[in-house]
Design a protein around this ligand. Structure first.
Ligand code: CA
Length: 508
């Protein structure tokens, strides 16, 4: 835990101008897509071009890659809220214990299983104040940025906490401006003409979309409206002469796959079935937003002083209405959203940092969502900050400044002592913990009491379980995973009835 206190900045945080910024304080756009898979783009993130790369059309991601660095081993958690809380706290999921997606106050969303049940995880999400039940108390990233003079903009999906908890409200987490964010994890509809899914006489949280009333009943698509509002908010930051942190967290490309008439025809012409064409159009609409934001920066002469990060919050959804059989959509990766196979956690990631990232470069260093917390603070020039939580993330700036630098010793871990689906979508998506170190990955399937070992360099699809062939490596990684889980006070699934935790991976 960092104990060093700010030099008076927090004391005067209401008067943000007192904590004056150097002219070099960069603007930061964190462009986060929802449920976008690693291959749902025309940018190849693997060593060759895949059928998925040929299906999708994302010219602005290509443009961002040409100007910056593509990270091919970037990771997040396997579902929404855990990733988003890791970003806002710098904590690994094992530590913050918001291990599944949040919904209603004090209510767990886990499915029912005959053998295991979820522990008492933090079903209410993040809390910026102590004493909130079933929440992780933390100093949110935007709160530190705001205290240091940043104009902090939440645009799109928030989903940081359960409905009617403090963490559900972005303005309580250090954001100055909130556009469209709430406890909702997806829109009821992307279509303004559908009133974003409002039904007269009924409260539907997912149709509320705070700050977007002027678009209701119009002809636009939610992705467009959020982009327009983001640009207005960046205008405000400039009027206020503040650097901005734009958390551009699109609802796209999460379900529902409403038709975006601007883009769908291309995909229908390719012969895709309607839902898949609508999905591809949703992806292209998201990409268009990225392009419009880059154009805005160019037009306002902000490109030099604005860092852009492109990221997704979990793996691609890999079940109907997506085209194809279950868990085939993220090929060459196995599985999808909810799984700890690569398809559930590996993300498309790009960084453009003018003057630092060399145009068109590729970086293979593995990293994870919580790394953005210290990275963004370092970009902002915020050095001696105090947080109430222990930070697990590590700055990725050394890898940006020295692109050949590699750390193959670092261990990344995932913890999902939960049931995403109630068994409806296969056993791959529940009761899991995993570790990656170097090229090796160990997955512990807790219900099956089985360890699987994969060599990701030779077998990105995770087809060949090497646990029996390399027992010493399996044992070593099981020990390291156990150590890391214990260090972070991680929760494990419980046996029904006894409520005794499953064994640690090194106890099998
Ligand atoms: Ca998501």
């Amino acid at each position: 835990m960092k104990k060093i206190f700010l030099s008076g900045c927090l004391l005067f945080s209401i008067h943000t101008t007192l904590c004056s910024q150097t002219p070099a304080s960069p603007n930061i756009i964190f462009f986060l897509v929802d449920d976008m898979g690693w291959q749902d783009t025309s940018v190849p993130f693997w060593d060759s071009i895949t059928p998925a790369n040929r299906k999708f059309h994302t010219p602005n991601m290509e443009r961002l890659c040409k100007a910056g660095t593509k990270f091919t081993n970037a990771y997040a958690a396997s579902v929404c809220t855990p990733s988003r809380v890791s970003l806002l706290t710098g904590m690994n999921v094992a530590r913050h214990r918001v291990s599944n997606w949040t919904s209603l106050k004090n209510k767990a969303v886990d499915g029912q299983d005959s053998v295991l049940e979820a522990p008492d995880w933090n079903v209410n999400g993040i809390s910026p104040i102590p004493g909130q039940e079933r929440s992780v108390y933390a100093t949110p990233l935007p709160q530190l940025l705001k205290a240091h003079g940043y104009y902090t903009i939440q645009c799109g999906k928030a989903h940081f906490g359960a409905y009617q908890t403090i963490g559900a409200e972005p303005l309580q987490l250090g954001f100055i401006k909130n556009i469209g964010g709430s406890a909702a994890g997806h829109p009821a509809s992307y279509l303004a003409e559908d009133d974003f899914g409002r039904v007269p006489g009924r409260f539907i949280l997912q149709a509320e979309m705070p700050g977007l009333d002027k678009y209701r009943k119009g002809k636009s698509f939610l992705t467009e409206d959020l982009t327009q509002e983001a640009m207005l908010a960046m205008d405000t930051a400039q009027q206020r002469k503040q650097p901005f942190f734009l958390y551009m967290a699109h609802y796209a490309v999460h379900l529902p796959y409403n038709t975006d008439n601007r883009f769908i025809q291309r995909y229908l012409d390719m012969g895709l079935p309607k839902p898949e064409a609508a999905y591809a159009a949703l992806v292209e609409g998201m990409d268009q937003s990225l392009g419009e934001l880059m154009d805005y920066l160019d037009q306002h002469h902000l490109t030099q002083n604005t860092i852009i990060v492109f990221m997704s919050d979990n793996g691609g959804f890999s079940h109907p209405p997506r085209q194809g059989g279950d868990n085939t959509q993220n090929y060459p990766l196995r599985g999808g959203k909810g799984a700890l196979y690569e398809g559930g956690i590996r993300e498309p990631m790009i960084v453009r940092w003018e003057g630092v990232t060399k145009p068109g470069t590729v970086n293979t260093q593995y990293m994870i969502m919580e790394d953005f917390y210290p990275t963004i603070l370092e970009w902002a020039g915020i050095k001696n900050y105090h947080t109430v939580q222990t930070i697990d993330g590590r700055s990725i700036i050394p890898y940006l400044k020295q692109p050949s630098l590699r750390d193959q010793q670092r261990a990344l871990i995932w913890n999902y002592p939960n049931d995403w689906t109630g068994g409806n979508l296969g056993a791959d998506n529940s009761w899991l913990t995993a570790i990656r170190q170097g090229k090796w990955k160990l997955i512990y399937l807790e219900k099956q009491r089985r360890l699987e070992l994969y060599d990701l360099e030779a077998d990105i699809y995770e087809a060949n379980d090497l646990a029996a062939r390399f027992p010493e490596k399996t044992k070593a990684l099981a020990k390291l995973l156990t150590q890391q889980l214990k260090q972070r006070h991680a929760q494990l699934p419980l046996y029904k009835g006894t409520r005794k935790a499953v064994p640690y991976p090194d106890e099998l």
